[in-house]
Write a protein that binds this ligand. Structure first.
Ligand code: NDP
Length: 448
């Protein structure tokens, strides 16, 4: 879709020029600017305050060397990043990703998305993201610890409980957050709520581990209910088998769905009897093994090499929970042909622009990532509140607040989609609702 609004079209050209070769960042900005066309028409005050130009430029980008020594005594060097994108409505907040594919364009796309996602949660959090091109796969606990300590030795200069509060993302879970927190505390000599996703014995929140997957299903249930449907009796396909996928599987099952497939970056499993989640948790959370091991103990299940084939499995609801651009136009066409009625995104930007076009054209209910997976950062926000209060809330209390937040996010997407003449387009609704709150704050704070 080409931008019709000349001002936004010129801005997008400048973004492309200035961020050459950062494809994922350009993809994310393009989608948001396309959704904001009706806002630019209706709100010339935001145009003249330069809000659109300012919001696509990070406030600060930090890139640094991360040297560490592997088990054989060899020096290794990775590259670390923290992008502090926007602090108009609160301290920078967003996860850290450790993956060999990480480069500046990935961290900028994630940080940019995080601005709108955090705004949608209703909590006071700005947008940021970070990570490194480190691959923890096959590394010993000692190597992961030494890497995390080196990473935090630099990062600790740039973060703080009122400044920037990182969390986990791909390959950054409880183990990594623990190692980084220990190093932060040692260097800064303070016990501060400076990371979220911490262990429960040192300031972590109950339900943070479950939050993104549970929140995704709460959002999806709200979206289905608004369209006269629900999870009950539906067949569900979920990609990935990490933190988000595991707890989405649990909640989708509790809500009456039957999850029949999961994947990792090597391939996918299909179990017509419904996924045995205890087995998956043991394999992935405890033993850190590959998903293909599942079929060894489940004779009715099959394993197929290659992860993209998962979208050829017939389902009513698809929840992509692995990584960016994992559903392309062709996979989306197959999903539609097989009768899929809803796609809600646990991963960040898992659908290509072509895939999104297929959903919208075919009336598939589409829950975009920045709304559907905002439960994780929402509970991170609740962890920050508990740390400030020096209190711990019960699981039920946190889960109850998460449910309310996901409902309010869906309602905001729905309302804004209607107000701006695009009823049912929750992507446009999410982009507009997320943008407007940040834009008002930026305008009020002057040109900074
Ligand atoms: P995990 O590291 O726990 O799990 C990631 C899963 O996705 C693994 O199964 C992994 O397989 C698979 N995967 C990763 N990269 C690829 C790839 N290039 N191709 C195919 N599969 C891949 O991460 P999370 O579950 O935390 O994150 C998953 C997604 O959810 C990400 O997009 C993340 O940004 C998003 N997200 C996470 C939040 C959170 O709270 N954790 C919050 C909001 C969004 P393998 O083991 O083979 O690498």
């Amino acid at each position: 879709m080409a931008l019709k609004n000349q001002y936004l079209s010129d801005l997008l050209s400048r973004v492309k020029q200035r961020n050459r070769a950062e494809d994922e960042f350009i993809q994310a900005v393009t989608e948001v600017l396309e959704s904001l066309e009706p806002v630019a028409e209706k709100r010339p005050d935001l145009v003249s305050a330069g809000v659109f130009e300012r919001i696509v430029e990070p406030e600060r980008v930090i890139m640094f060397r991360v040297p560490w020594v592997d088990d054989s005594g060899k020096v290794q060097v990775n590259r670390g990043f923290r992008v502090q994108f926007n602090s108009a409505i609160g301290p920078y907040k967003g996860g850290l990703r450790f993956h060999p594919t990480v480069y500046l364009g990935i961290i900028k796309f994630l940080g940019f998305e995080q601005i709108f996602k955090n705004s949608l949660t209703t909590l006071p959090m700005g947008g940021g993201k970070g990570g490194a091109d480190f691959d923890p796969k096959g590394k010993s606990d000692g190597e992961v610890m030494r890497f995390c300590q080196s990473f935090m030795t630099e990062l600790c200069r740039h973060i703080g409980s009122d400044l920037d509060v990182p969390a986990g993302d791909i390959n950054v879970g409880g183990r990594e957050i623990g190692f980084m927190y220990g190093q932060y505390k040692r260097i800064r000599n303070e016990f501060a709520g400076v990371l979220t996703g911490k262990g429960l014995t040192f300031g972590g929140s109950l339900a943070r581990t479950e939050a993104t997957g549970y929140g995704l299903c709460y959002f999806t249930e709200n979206m289905l209910n608004a369209n006269g449907s629900s999870f009950k009796g539906k067949t569900v396909v979920i990609s990935g088998s990490g933190n988000v996928a595991i707890y989405a599987t649990q909640k989708a099952t509790e809500l009456g769905g039957k999850v029949v497939a999961l994947s990792d970056s090597n391939g996918y499993i299909y179990d017509p009897d419904g996924i045995d989640l205890d087995c998956v948790k043991q394999l992935k959370e405890v033993e850190r093994k590959r998903i293909k091991e599942y079929v060894a103990t489940h004779p009715n299940a099959t394993y197929t090499e290659g992860c993209n084939g998962i979208w050829t499995i017939k389902c009513d609801i698809a929840l992509p929970c692995a990584t960016q651009n994992e559903i392309d136009g062709a996979s989306a066409e197959i999903l539609v042909k097989n009768g899929c009625k809803a796609v809600a995104e646990g991963a960040n930007m898992p659908s290509t622009p072509e895939a999104i076009e297929v959903y919208l054209k075919n009336g598939v209910y589409y829950g975009p990532a920045k709304a559907a997976n905002a439960g994780g950062v929402a509970v991170s926000g609740l962890e920050m509140s508990q740390n400030s209060e020096r209190l711990s809330w019960t699981f039920e209390e946190v889960d109850g607040k998460l449910k309310d937040i996901m409902k309010s996010i869906f309602d905001a997407c729905d309302e804004k989609s209607k107000e701006f003449g695009l009823p049912g387009n929750y992507m446009a609704g999410a982009n507009i609702a997320g943008f407007l709150k940040v834009a008002e704050a930026m305008k009020a704070q002057g040109v900074v």
